[in-house]
Design a binder for this molecule. Sequence first.
Ligand code: HPA
Length: 234
Amino acid sequence: MTVHIGAKTDEIAETVLMPGDPYRAKWAAETFLDNAKLVNDTRGMLGFTGTYKGNPVTIQGSGMGMPSLSIYVNELIKDFDVKTLIRIGSCGGMQPDVKVRDIVIAMTSSIISSPSSAIFREFQFAPCADFSLLSAAVKAAQKKDATCHVGGIYSSDVFYDERPDLNEQMTRHGILAVEMEAAELYTLAARYNRRALAILTVSDHLQTGEALPSSDRERSFGDMVEIALDAAFE
Ligand code: HPA
């Protein structure tokens, strides 16, 4: 047990999928895992452990934003010795060909700041995905015929952004999408020598203003969960 995760040491699997939303964790565990059992409900940040094709998996909410994710990832790594962490979440498209419902797999993520900025100081660390997970996820997405983009994203500290000029520079430099967690996940994985990947569904588009209708959210989210599970156990 830790400050934020009430599970016993052996109740968390070596592989953890992390949606931002704890209710998405519940839905994904009940839909895709066998024998899913609630292992954490501290602060309502639900976590479930079960098996996928016989492999133990935990699906644990991360909350929104890098500070929240950092709490859970630090405890999962240091106290539960988790080896593989895959974020499954939503993102805002930033390129014309990155459409709502598409999948974005983050090779790297740019930031303005993160919980690790204070320790890096002037050093501009480039967080990157684990290549074995990345290539397995691309294969899994292709097998599903999912439209999938692989490249750089932006992990923002704000959802309600006040810098349209900055978005313009990012779009100009090929950033595929914006979300709020991946860069710190990759940084912590690098620090503790773990495997990490962020697989995202485009839920809205910054330029077109298009948004995924709520009726479609479950199906699009489900494809991403299956891609993450197949990549983890390839
Ligand atoms: N900004 C930040 N995070 C997001 C967005 C966005 O527009 N859409 C989905 N996650």
